[in-house]
Design a protein around this ligand. Structure first.
Ligand code: GAR
Length: 217
């Protein structure tokens, strides 16, 4: 069967890109990366892509006077790449509504919190300040409002009493690296349908037990 063609949009270190690169190398993984686009030149994500032999493009937002023009340039690269699915992986620009609608249900994002809690920036600091007992990450289809859209995969992690932003970021990131390939796999296998703005997964295996934090003795 033909593999799903992915375009991955990045702005920084690209550890989620790396997780997708590694997943795509596994035998039988139903997707391949055909294009990486960064809005920032010189970022590590671009080195990761080049190292894996994936075509890269830099579309620097600073070179555009309007968001519509920037989005049009990104759209042109994505169209030319033949991508079936766009994966935002630490891509730190907001798209115009028109762009989001053009890629409706063909563009996904990963966010380092259990959405709809803590959309936007500084998620780990806000989670710590709020004193939540669990946090995690979310992979979701992209909608015009920032960090919203049908949820495909979430990973939940307990917050430790002595957690710092850095420790939490590290543990959430390693959950992201499992969650993103899983979401891509589910989509590539044709098992995700958006119905009434909710993502329904065919044959989902769901963990059984509640996790308490703190634990019962
Ligand atoms: C990841 O934690 C990702 O969830 C987050 O940026 C980081 C990128 O790391 N994205 C957002 O906050 C988007 N709202 P990476 O470049 O190493 O993949």
């Amino acid at each position: 069967m033909a593999r799903l063609k992915l375009a991955v949009l990045v702005s920084g270190s690209g550890t989620n890109l790396q997780a997708l690169i590694d997943a795509c190398k596994e035998p039988g993984f139903p997707a391949e990366i055909v294009q990486v686009v960064s809005n920032r030149p010189g970022v590590t994500a671009l080195e990761r892509a080049a190292g894996a032999g994936i075509p890269t493009d830099v579309i620097n937002h600073k070179a555009f006077t309007t968001r519509v023009a920037f989005d049009a340039a990104i759209h042109a690269v994505l169209e030319a790449s033949g991508a079936d699915l766009v994966c935002l992986a630490g891509f730190m620009r907001l798209f115009t509504d028109g762009f989001v609608e053009r890629w409706r249900d063909r563009m996904i994002n990963i966010h380092p919190s259990l959405l709809p809690a803590f959309p936007g920036r500084h998620t780990h600091k806000r989670a710590l300040d709020a004193g939540v007992r669990f946090t995690g990450c979310t992979v979701h289809y992209v909608r015009p409002e920032m960090d919203t859209g049908p949820i495909i995969v979430q990973a939940a992690l307990p917050v430790h009493p002595d957690d710092t932003v850095e420790r939490l970021r590290e543990r959430v990131l390693s959950a992201e690296h499992r969650s993103y390939p899983l979401a891509v796999r589910l989509i590539a296998e044709g098992r995700v349908r958006v119905i009434d703005e909710r993502a329904v997964i065919d044959d989902a295996l769901v963990p059984g037990a509640a996790m308490l934090n703190p634990r019962e003795r």
